[in-house]
Design a protein around this ligand. Sequence first.
Ligand code: FMN
Length: 164
Amino acid sequence: MNALVTYYSQTGNTEKLARAIHEAISIAKEIKPVQDLESADGYDLIFCGFPVQAHSVPGKVQSFIKGLPKGQKVAFFFTHGSLSGGQLPKQAFEHAIGLAPTATILGHFGCRGSVDQKIIDALMQKPEHRAWAQEAQSAEGHPDRGDFDDAETFALEMIAKIGS
Ligand SMILES: Cc1cc2nc3c(=O)[nH]c(=O)nc-3n(C[C@H](O)[C@H](O)[C@H](O)COP(=O)(O)O)c2cc1C
């Protein structure tokens, strides 16, 4: 059994989560940014991580998800500035699932990730971004120790699902 942890991270939050997931995995494993990946063939499980951007999945990750072979087992993880449990991150995750209709999605994990105050200030001026930018102010400090613990638990649950 082997697993790949692949991710895209613009400001480092999703990368931190990817590292926590990678550390928690007890089977053969690799970790690589999605843009450095030559092939994703031959893995029993792929953890695929991304930051929510503009209510959606960043382009590089979209292409990766669309190219997943039929039946590939995948677990998604993502970070977002908006509040946990709200509609906004749910929408991005549902988008990710929609891109991979033939993959086997084992589960997902999301947590908040801090956004630089300068970016928040700039986005508050744009009506299409105001809602999440307003919520994002309280994401400061995330991902934190509790988020990493939850991500590790998630990783172990996903590994248990592939039966090793
Ligand atoms: C260009 C840009 C667009 C973003 N759009 C959203 C969004 O639509 N909804 C949201 O909840 N967070 C949004 N965020 C916040 C990021 O999802 C959050 O900070 C995430 O943790 C960043 O992960 P990273 O450090 O791995 O890039 C956006 C951030 C950036 C820089």
